[in-house]
Ligand binder design. Structure first.
Ligand SMILES: *Cc1c(COP(=O)(O)O)cnc(C)c1O
Length: 490
C-alpha cells in the first residue's frame, strides 16, 4: 500500500491509464446508453463512501469512477440530449483539462501561471476583437460560467454609473436601475441582488412576438426613471434567450444606451459564440458596440464544464472595479521580473484555475470553420424539428427562434381547446421523458403556455436524433393522453 501523498510517475501512469480506458469506454458506448438514468438510493450511497483513515486501492477508486461515469449520469454529450443549454464536452478539451490539472498553474498571478495567463489573455483578446468586433485593447477573463461573467460585468457597470463613491460607501442613497427583458436569465436578477442594488432596481422590459426586448418600452422606462432621478446603471441585452433563443435588437439598444450614457452589457452566454459563423453573425449586429459581453465556451463551444467568460471594451474598468490596496504578499517589481497581467486582480476570484487551456486546445484541434459548421448544423436541426412539428397533426409549435431552440407541445385532439390540460399534460411528458432515457429535452413557458423545449448545441446530434425526440414525445404523449380525461389533474 502507498505510504506517501507524492505518487511516482509509474503510479500516476497506472491509475491514469485505467482512467483513460474508462473514458474511451464512455465515448464508445455513450450513444447506446440512456441519455439519463433514474437512480436508486443504493446507487447514490455507493458513491458516497465514508472517508477512510488509510488509502483505498486503485480497484476501489475505479469501481467508484465506473459508477459515476456509467451508472449515475446524465450525458449532455449524448446525441439525443437536447435539454437546457449544455455543451457536449470536446475530446481535446478533456485532455487539456487533465494536463491543466497536472500542471496546476494558478491563473491568478502571472508569476504563478505565466503560460496560463498568456493563453487566457490571448483568447479573451481574440474573442473580444476578432469574434465580436470590439476595438483593440479589449479583453477580459474566464469565469466559472455565465452567472459569474454577468455578475462581474454588472459590478463594473454599477461602479461606473456615476453615483458617487459607490465602492467606498455602498449604494445607499444612489437610486439606480438595471434594464433587461422579461426573457433575460435569472442570473441577472441574482447579480443585482448580490451587488446590493436590490431586485426592485431591475426593470423587466416587455418582449415582442419573437421574444426580443421592445426598444420603445425600454426607452420609456429609462425616461421615466431619468425624470425620477434614477441613474441607468446598465442596459442588459440578451443575445440568445434561454427560452426561445431570441436575440435582442443589439444595434438599437446600443444607440439608446449611448444616448443615455448607460453601460451596455450583453448576456451572450448561449448565443454569442454563434458569431464564429459568417452566416449567423448578422443576427448579432451591434454586438461590437457593447461595453461588456458575457459568453459561455462551455455551452456552444462544447468545452468541458466549467468555463464562462467576460470581456470588456475597456479592461482597465475591470482592474479598477476589483482593485484593493495591494498587501505585501502580492507586490511585485514587474520591471525586473518581466511579469504580465495578474488576472486575479481583474475579477472577484483570487486563485484561479487554468480554464483557458481546454478552450485553446479545442479551438486549435477543431479549427474555426468546423466549429462554425457545427453551430450552423445545430441551427438547421432546430429548423428541421420546427418543420416536423408543423407537419405533425398532434404537435403545435410555440416558438420561432433564430438560433437552435424549438419549443412545441403535444396536442391530442381531445384536449385541443384546453390550455390548462395541455400545460399539465406536457409538463408530465417532459418529466416522463427525462426519466425515460431515450431522448432528453427540457421545458419553457411561452406566452403563458407550457412548452417542451429542445435546445440543440451538440456536435453529435443528427436529424435522426431529432426525429427520435419527436417519436418519444409522441409515444409518451399518446400513453399519457389516452388516460387523460379533460379536466383531470389540475
Ligand atoms: C446559461 C445562461 C446563463 C447562465 O450561465 P451559466 O454558465 O449557467 O452560469 C446566463 N444567461 C444566459 C442567456 C444563459 O443561456
Amino acid at each position: 500500500m502507498r505510504r506517501d501523498l507524492d505518487w511516482t510517475a509509474d503510479e500516476a501512469r497506472a491509475l491514469g491509464e485505467r482512467g483513460l480506458e474508462l473514458w474511451c469506454e464512455l465515448l464508445r458506448t455513450m450513444p447506446e446508453r440512456p441519455v439519463s438514468s433514474s437512480w436508486s438510493a443504493e446507487a447514490l450511497s455507493a458513491i458516497t463512501p465514508p472517508i477512510p483513515e488509510e488509502p483505498v486501492s486503485d480497484d476501489e477508486l475505479m469501481t467508484l469512477a465506473r459508477r459515476v461515469l456509467l451508472e449515475l449520469a446524465t450525458y449532455p454529450g449524448h446525441p439525443r440530449f437536447m435539454g437546457y443549454i449544455c455543451g457536449a464536452g470536446t475530446v481535446p478539451g478533456a485532455v487539456a483539462d487533465l494536463l491543466a490539472a497536472a500542471l496546476n498553474a494558478n491563473a491568478g498571478a502571472f508569476r504563478l501561471g505565466p503560460g496560463a495567463i498568456t493563453i487566457e489573455t490571448h483568447l479573451t483578446r481574440w474573442f473580444a476583437t476578432q469574434v465580436f468586433g470590439l476595438p483593440e485593447g479589449a479583453f477580459g477573463l474566464f469565469t466559472s460560467g455565465g452567472a459569474l461573467a454577468n455578475l462581474v460585468a454588472l459590478k463594473v457597470a454599477r461602479d461606473a454609473c456615476g453615483a458617487p463613491s459607490v465602492r467606498e460607501r455602498g449604494i445607499s442613497g444612489a437610486p439606480m436601475a438595471v434594464y433587461c427583458s422579461e426573457a433575460a436569465h435569472l442570473v441577472i436578477d441574482r447579480a443585482v441582488d448580490i451587488l446590493g442594488m436590490g431586485t426592485r432596481c431591475l426593470r423587466k422590459i416587455s418582449v415582442d412576438d419573437a421574444g426580443r426586448m421592445r426598444v420603445d418600452a425600454l426607452e420609456r422606462a429609462v425616461e421615466d426613471d431619468a425624470r425620477a432621478g434614477v441613474l441607468p446603471a446598465a442596459i442588459v441585452a440578451t443575445a440568445g434567450t434561454i427560452g426561445t433563443g431570441a436575440v435582442d435588437p443589439l444595434d438599437e439598444i446600443a444607440q439608446l444606451a449611448a444616448r443615455r450614457r448607460a453601460w451596455f452589457h450583453i448576456d451572450g452566454a448561449y448565443g454569442a459564440v454563434a458569431c464564429l459563423s459568417d452566416r449567423l453573425k448578422p443576427l448579432f449586429r451591434g454586438i461590437e458596440r457593447a461595453d461588456s459581453i458575457a459568453f459561455d465556451p462551455h455551452k456552444w463551444l462544447s468545452t468541458p464544464l466549467a468555463g464562462g467568460c467576460v470581456v470588456a471594451r475597456d479592461p482597465e474598468r475591470l482592474k479598477r472595479g476589483f482593485a484593493m490596496p495591494l498587501p505585501p504578499y502580492v507586490r511585485q517589481d514587474k520591471e525586473r521580473t518581466g511579469d504580465g497581467i495578474d488576472l486575479g486582480l481583474y475579477g472577484p476570484e483570487f486563485s484561479r484555475g487554468f480554464n483557458a487551456f481546454k478552450v485553446l486546445f479545442s479551438l486549435l484541434a477543431h479549427g474555426r470553420r468546423p466549429y462554425a459548421a457545427s453551430i450552423e448544423r445545430n441551427v438547421d436541426l432546430a429548423r428541421h424539428l420546427a418543420e416536423m412539428v408543423d407537419a405533425h397533426p398532434h404537435m403545435e409549435r410555440l416558438s420561432d427562434g433564430e438560433l437552435s431552440i424549438c419549443c412545441f407541445r403535444y396536442v391530442p385532439p381531445a384536449l385541443r381547446a384546453d390550455d390548462r390540460a395541455l400545460d399539465a399534460l406536457n409538463e408530465r411528458i417532459m418529466t416522463e421523458l427525462q426519466v425515460d432515457g431515450r431522448a432528453f429535452c427540457s421545458g419553457a413557458v411561452i406566452a403563458g403556455r407550457f412548452a417542451l423545449r429542445a435546445c440543440i448545441v451538440n456536435f453529435r446530434t443528427r436529424e435522426h436524433d431529432v426525429d427520435a425526440l419527436l417519436r418519444v414525445v409522441e409515444d409518451i404523449g399518446a400513453r399519457l393522453g389516452a388516460a387523460w380525461p379533460s379536466g383531470f389533474l389540475y
